[in-house]
Design a protein around this ligand. Structure first.
Ligand SMILES: [Cu+2]
Length: 111
């Protein structure tokens, strides 16, 4: 008699878990202005999918570049790039604007 309620519970819990996993995919907006990232530092949860949406508001081309994140993306003036960050382990990951690296610096904190 206990088998059927147990199965129903398992299905319900499975539904809740998949809903939560979907809700955790978030988009974070970032702007490049005056050769600086804003915000320059973000914090995201470990082991989740996050889309970093980076708009280049400068008149110069920039390259989002991160050896830590293994991402490189050229962003033309006025354009927005989507950079997907997937399942990162806790830590601090640096990124920079390859063409203006003296000012364009940032960090992704993963907790
Ligand atoms: Cu590089």
């Amino acid at each position: 008699m206990l088998k059927f309620p147990a199965l129903v519970s398992a299905v319900l819990i499975g539904g809740v878990i998949s809903t939560v996993a979907h809700a955790e995919t978030q988009t974070i907006d970032m702007v490049i202005k005056d050769h600086k990232f804003s915000p320059a530092e973000i914090t995201i949860p470990a082991n989740t999918s996050v889309i970093l949406q980076v708009k280049n508001a400068d008149h110069a081309v920039e390259e989002f570049d991160s050896h830590d994140l293994r991402r490189e993306k050229i962003i033309a003036p006025g354009m927005t790039a989507k950079i997907k960050l997937d399942g990162l382990a806790p830590g601090v990951y640096s990124f920079m604007g390859e063409f203006h690296s003296s000012t364009a610096q940032g960090k992704v904190h993963v907790k």
